[in-house]
Write a protein that binds this ligand. Structure first.
Ligand code: SF4
Length: 220
């Protein structure tokens, strides 16, 4: 099965419950959610003009992407993993693609697999993923609903918060779900006002604060 791939590299997870964990980050290409604050907008379009023949060329330019067999993606991840136990499939919106074969290949290579999704697609469900982080993108220009079945089965919800209304939207989502995992609030763009609001809300609700710690150490 072919996978649309934007990038692949060894990182330290900077956000959420698994922060501090070495991971091979597998950035898939394509997303139609349309978040205005997206910091990977170059992954959105599955445009032929930016399609390149191999991963090496895709890695040279954030807007470039390639197609690879799922088994070859897993081999490429294995080659750079050093001691990393985890592979993180992110995007773009990774769950727009059917991830079953990629996850199986990563598992066969001995990886634990984490997926980070906006909750708007189901390509990871039933694939044997070990950790699902839903970062719900509610009311975005792409008008894609956050799906209850994705939220209900997540291990973690990581909500990007720029203003109090974002927490109101999250509370509405939680009320409509049976989610039992960990809620993290992440200040948008490490904005000081949003950070103060996230701290006070986490203290009030017993949620976790997620900071983009990789940016402090100039990591991707
Ligand atoms: Fe960007 Fe993620 Fe929103 Fe897609 S879902 S637009 S990749 S932030």
């Amino acid at each position: 099965m072919m996978i649309r791939l934007n990038d692949l590299y060894l990182c330290i997870q900077g956000e959420g419950c698994l922060a501090g964990t070495p991971m091979v980050l597998i950035r898939l290409h394509g997303c139609s959610v349309g978040c205005p604050f997206c910091d990977t907008k170059e992954t959105w379009a599955n445009d032929e003009e930016n399609r390149v023949p191999d991963l090496h060329q895709a890695q040279a330019d954030p807007s470039k992407w390639c197609e690879m067999e799922a088994s070859d993606v897993a081999i490429a991840a294995s080659e750079i993993r050093q001691g990393a136990k985890w592979a993180l499939i992110t995007g773009g919106e990774p769950a727009d693609q059917d991830l079953h074969q990629l996850v199986a290949c990563l598992n066969a290579c001995g990886f634990l697999v984490a997926v980070e999704t906006s909750g708007t697609a189901t390509g990871h469900m039933g694939a044997g993923v070990h950790w699902v982080c839903v970062s719900p993108k509610l009311g975005m220009p792409g008008a894609k609903p956050v799906l209850p079945e994705v939220v209900n089965t997540a291990n973690e919800i990581k909500m990007v918060v720029g203003k109090p209304e974002d927490v109101t939207k999250l509370e509405d989502l939680l009320e409509r779900s049976s989610f039992k995992g960990t809620v993290c609030l992440q200040p948008m763009s490490t904005n000081p006002e949003a950070t103060r609001f996230c701290i006070s809300t986490c203290q009030r609700k017993g949620w976790r604060l997620s900071l983009q710690t990789h940016k402090w150490i100039n990591e991707r």
